[in-house]
Design a protein around this ligand. Structure first.
Ligand code: 3SL
Length: 234
């Protein structure tokens, strides 16, 4: 039976052999929600970078540059990490170079996987369908916060596990824990997350509307995937 596992922090990646797995990278608040929004709004590609300077250099090659650290847009970059900056033709047909505190670091750490796709609540069903039809064992990689576990990425992992539990075997207790948490939270995820560390962090930065938007389930059908180091959705 095909299996599904959850890596609750990128720091735990050395424990997993991903060479035969489909990895789903998730950073609900807000990197992967932003990426999914950008593809749904017609971006051509997103090149993820772990390093700020390398990302910024892509400006000279005609890329839109997106840079976030600690929740804030980095000086010199065109855009930050709010999904609302990637809507309404703002990135239509463009190539974006993207770097964030945790999300693009998690993508970087997943590059040895057989394939990498991008997950968020915004494209939950597209992710679930793809995993169901695929042949590879699955690993959901939660971006977390600077190596620490966070609730919102764990809830997304739990939602995926919950929908696939009758078809995929569970590798260890992390998917089980994520699934239980999701079932506790799913009635009101917004309330469940209101005390979480990153929601408090975003609130301190006066970022409120992104949180509710990133919890919207199945707003989009796109499924970004990594091809030769670049995210595309076709
Ligand atoms: O850590 C990340 O990659 C970001 O998504 C964090 S933030 O939501 O932009 O603060």
């Amino acid at each position: 039976m095909k299996t599904i596992d959850v890596c609750l922090s990128p720091e735990l990646m050395p424990l997993y052999d991903v060479s035969n797995r489909t990895v789903v990278v998730v950073d609900i608040l807000r990197a992967t929600s932003c990426m999914v929004t950008a593809f749904a709004n017609g971006v051509e590609s997103i090149t993820p970078f772990a390093d700020l300077e390398q990302c910024l250099k892509m400006k000279t090659r005609g890329y839109i540059t997106s840079g976030e650290r600690d929740g804030k847009k980095v000086e010199g970059f065109d855009k930050g990490n709010s999904p609302f900056e990637y809507m309404d033709n703002q990135v239509l047909g463009m190539k974006v170079a993207f770097t964030t505190t945790n999300g693009t670091q998690a993508i970087e750490k997943s590059k040895e996987a057989k394939e990498v796709i991008i997950g968020s609540f915004l494209n939950l069903t597209s992710v679930v369908r793809y995993l169901l039809l695929g042949e590879n064992p699955v690993l959901i990689v939660c971006a977390g916060w600077k190596g620490r576990v966070n609730l919102e990425d764990t809830l997304f992992a739990g939602a995926v596990v919950d929908k696939l539990k009758d078809y995929l075997g569970l590798d260890c207790d992390a998917p089980l824990a994520a699934q239980h948490l999701y079932n506790l939270a799913k009635g009101d995820m917004s309330k469940f997350l209101s005390e979480s560390s990153h929601v408090k962090r975003l609130n301190r930065l006066n970022i409120y509307k992104d949180f509710e938007f990133c919890l919207t389930v199945d707003k989009y059908k796109v499924l970004p995937r990594l091809k030769n180091g670049v995210l595309v959705s076709h």
